[in-house]
Design a protein around this ligand. Structure first.
Ligand code: SF4
Ligand code: SF4
Length: 474
């Protein structure tokens, strides 16, 4: 494919706040207890296979995938299963979970299993190993990686696009992974490129990480089917469709996946894990997390075992300042504010950001000035001011007509709005209404179809045999 541009149209330039970028990744010491929710990814929750009181080794499988769109779960530490009771998930709900108490005298070495040749065996073997190793997208969405890698029959992937944008403010974990584990990022990209039959692997990195570009270029030396492309710094360039447009100049149609244009997109930290999975036989038991924000005393980039309580991570970082008011899991634009710090780090946790009152204070909202800044900011060419207006008067059906479901909730419109209108929040509410309506419509349709299917059975052969029966009885 031809290289046409180095960014996408529209988008915004929030202040970067990447002060943790120079901080090398450090390993967080182990804590006492770990909580592993069975639902850590998009799709069906994993199914627990351990009992209370059971001893488990670090890296041992503790839950099987709960379906194809699901992954296995592994113990992040050597210890004892203490409870299988529901626990609070970062999203606020109570979910089934496995709680493990650490064995203080165990070595807690990084688990090493049997290495495997990623190119040997069938694509199903490749996909099954990744599912069994618990890999999900580490960019935040936590979509089971193997599902993405199982290319549907008939589809062709021409290019693998590896996402090293990390366009959310504050987050620098991917940056550090590219810098410190460049060989693994390139190795994982090559493994995936060859396995899915792509001709080229392109790693897209924003220009505020030129040291990572240099490290990746060095690691990719000698393989002319891996290229590293610096991109302009712009939010939300890390969104798949924006990245495809930025690097390849190709538009992914609304409602379709990048596969539609022959591209598979995967995050840098996720592909780096492929090297762990195939070369070292290591399942996903820990990840790099950026801990930052004005209310964190010692901002850091940490290797954190999955299941570590957020409270323990913040304490390790020197605790919070007295004026701390909100903790966000993920980036400030699309992350999730936490209702409690007594929830665990999960596979999709890229960052823990702590904000003060002053940073959170919501400025007064004014009338829409019809300035069009939100329209210029929207990367998917919606009209956010119109959508916000409709949302305020509850005209959700009209919003559906104006493609509200194409909104990816990036928040660029709210960020750009000089009147401080909470556009993305209004859109979010209306999207859940539309989703519910679509679900109800589907249920009604299925019900109707079932009734229709039942009808011929009553009038058809069954009825004929009944008639026959009647005649026989007579
Ligand atoms: S309307 Fe949706 S996609 Fe467009 S800028 Fe706003 S949040 Fe982003
Ligand atoms: S940016 Fe805000 S004020 Fe300007 S048109 Fe959009 S909603 Fe109205």
């Amino acid at each position: 494919m031809k290289l046409l541009t180095r960014t996408f149209p529209h988008g915004v330039h929030p202040k970067e706040h990447k002060d943790t970028a120079p901080l090398p990744i450090e390993r967080m010491p182990f804590t006492d207890r770990y909580v592993l929710p069975l639902a850590q990814h998009i799709g069906a929750p994993s199914k627990g296979i351990v009992k209370v009181g059971q001893h488990v080794e670090r890296g041992e499988k503790i839950a099987e995938p709960g379906g194809f769109v699901s992954v296995a779960l592994h113990s992040p530490v050597t210890g004892t299963v203490r409870s299988l009771d529901p626990k609070r998930h970062p999203n606020g709900s109570l979910v089934p979970a496995i709680e493990i108490e650490i064995d203080r005298y165990a070595g807690q070495e990084t688990p090493r299993g049997t290495p495997a040749d990623p190119q040997a065996g069938s694509i199903d073997d490749f996909v099954a190993r990744i599912q069994q190793m618990g890999l999900v997208g580490l960019g935040g969405a936590a979509f089971p990686a193997h599902v993405k890698y199982r290319i549907p029959d008939g589809a062709v992937v021409k290019e693998l696009l590896v996402n090293g944008c990390e366009c959310e403010p504050y987050l620098t974990c991917d940056h550090r992974v590219m810098l410190e584990n460049a060989e693994d990022v390139v190795r994982g990209s090559v493994v995936l490129r060859d396995r899915i039959g792509a001709h080229l692997a392109t790693i897209g990195v924003e220009r505020n990480k030129l040291d990572a570009v240099a490290a990746l270029q060095e690691a990719a030396k000698g393989d002319d089917r891996v290229r590293v492309v610096p991109l302009e710094v712009k939010y939300p360039q890390g969104a798949e469709k924006m990245l495809v447009k930025a690097v390849l100049g190709v538009e992914v149609p609304a409602g379709k996946l990048p596969l539609e244009v022959g591209v598979l997109v995967n995050n840098v930290s996720t592909v780096a894990c492929l090297a762990d999975i195939f070369d070292r036989g290591t399942p996903l038991v820990e990840r790099v997390v950026t801990v930052a924000g004005p209310a964190v005393r010692r901002p850091s980039n940490l290797i954190v075992p999955i299941g570590t309580p957020v409270r323990a991570v913040l304490e390790y970082c020197g605790g919070l300042t007295g004026d701390a008011r909100e903790i966000v899991m993920g980036g400030p634009m699309m992350g999730q504010p936490l209702g409690s710090i007594d929830v665990p780090v999960i596979k999709g946790t890229s960052g823990l950001l702590a904000f003060t009152e002053s940073k959170l204070a919501r400025p007064a909202e004014y009338h829409c000035l019809k300035c069009g800044r939100c329209v210029e900011a929207c990367p998917v060419f919606l009209n956010p001011s119109r959508l916000a207006r409709l949302a305020k008067v509850g005209k959700y059906e009209d919003m559906e007509r104006f493609q509200v479901m194409d909104c990816m909730e990036c928040g660029s419109c709210s960020y750009a709005c000089p009147s401080n209108i909470p556009i993305v929040q209004l859109i979010r509410v209306s999207k859940s209404w539309v989703r519910e309506r679509q679900r109800d419509a589907k249920i009604a349709q299925a019900k109707e179809a079932a009734e229709q299917a039942a009808k011929p059975a009553a009038d058809g052969p069954g009825d004929a045999s009944a008639k026959d029966g009647k005649e026989t009885n007579r």
